[in-house]
Design a protein around this ligand. Sequence first.
Ligand code: AMP
Ligand code: ZN
Length: 483
Amino acid sequence: MFADLFFNKTPVHTRDIQLFNTESKRKEIFKPLNQKEVKMYSCGPTVYDYAHIGNLRSYVFADIVKRVLIRNGYPVKHTINLTDFGHLTSDGDEGEDKMMKGLKREGLEINLDSMRQLSDRYIKAFEDDVEELRILPPDTWARASDYIKKQINLIKTLDEKGFTYETSDGLYFDISKFPKYGRLGNIDLDKLKSGARVEVNKEKKHPADFAIWKKGDLGWNSQWGKGFPGWHIECSAMAMDTLGKQIDIHTGGEDHVPIHHNAEIAQSEAVTGKCFSKYWLHNAFITIDSTKVAKSLGNSITLQHLRDRGFSGDDYRYWLLTAHYRSQVNFTWEALKAAKQALFRLKRIMYEDFGQKTATPSAQHLDAFDDRLADDFDTPGAIAIMWDMLKDDTLDDKTKCGTLFAMDEILDIGLSDQLDEGTRSLGVVDVDDIPEEVQTLIDEREVARIARNWDRADILRDQIKLKGYELEDTAHGPKVTKV
Ligand code: AMP
Ligand code: ZN
């Protein structure tokens, strides 16, 4: 699963990679800052609660970006941050601190120790999600509270260079001192000012000025009083500390474009005088009933909710990859079920039809697959090519199997799992033609079994038996034989 592992397995197919840069609003050919390694930073989760399936899209997307770069010969150095303080419920300077919300929700005392304790729990949960979704771990997990000193140093430099002003509640970045503010998404600053509702903080000179230090009873000591760094500064500090003053690629969800990423650019470039990130990549949102998934809206589904209904990380990953990362997609259980069934079939083909016996991949199909991915990470296009390849009568099974293996190095949906290892590869059967109606019952029983709904699972097993098939549970999922 790790980068160096799949590096060795498949020959490098170097090709131009086109990526859609939010800053230029067009596809650009990727040219790294240096050939040695691509520096990539992804805005990480605020760890006050479980990540929801929308958040997880951001990291599956970043994972695909990374794999495609590596496949095409670019080693990647990657940082994901973990926000464990200071992110308010709005992305600006208003609302409650999310960590405080978490502390109150869990009846914990309001102090730095319990904040650490709370974030420990949700960092662990997030790392489990990352593993379940087969996302390659970054080189650095940068935890914001471990970088307080670096953040304070950065704020000091901004202060010394005259980019700030102090108010009764904190230190603010003065966007009038940074004329290029608002490049991402072409923010109209005049309109923002004239259209601003009554500012909650009347001491702010412009509505887009943002806090880089927030004074408060809780936090760390600094020359601006006790408190904590504003949310945006952590990403500038940790990106620069772990990757350097200039990075190649910065990723995040599209909600970060107007405020958080414009703030990151302003802070970083005000300090260094250099372009902070060459490419800005943003994934669109996952919605439910056409409303964004958000904890505050009470519609946040987590990976655990998916598991409770019998869906694995692979099912969700496959479903995500069937849509382009820049398209908003509406989550439905029916759509996820369809994805699960498609993946179930793929695994059957791999394990049962091909027995994982492999030969050199078909260069033609693999090239077409890699071309799709190199065109702004077109995963649905790549998946379509995978299914087409399976229908190609001119290929023998071993070649198809080898091609699937090579494709799975990017998709990583469990097709390469060893038969005698792990439990992720659900759906192993040893009969060739299972009628559709029996297949549906098997899928439904698998859902019931994983949800530990034993009564329903037993009923479904009996129904399957009545149709002439015997089901046996194995570490890899149900094994089906003809009675
Ligand atoms: P947060 O924990 O709010 O900082 O979010 C973590 C990541 O998830 C960020 O990159 C967000 O932009 C992204 N994100 C939040 N909600 C969604 C959603 N509904 N769909 C896709 N990405 C999201
Ligand atoms: Zn960030």
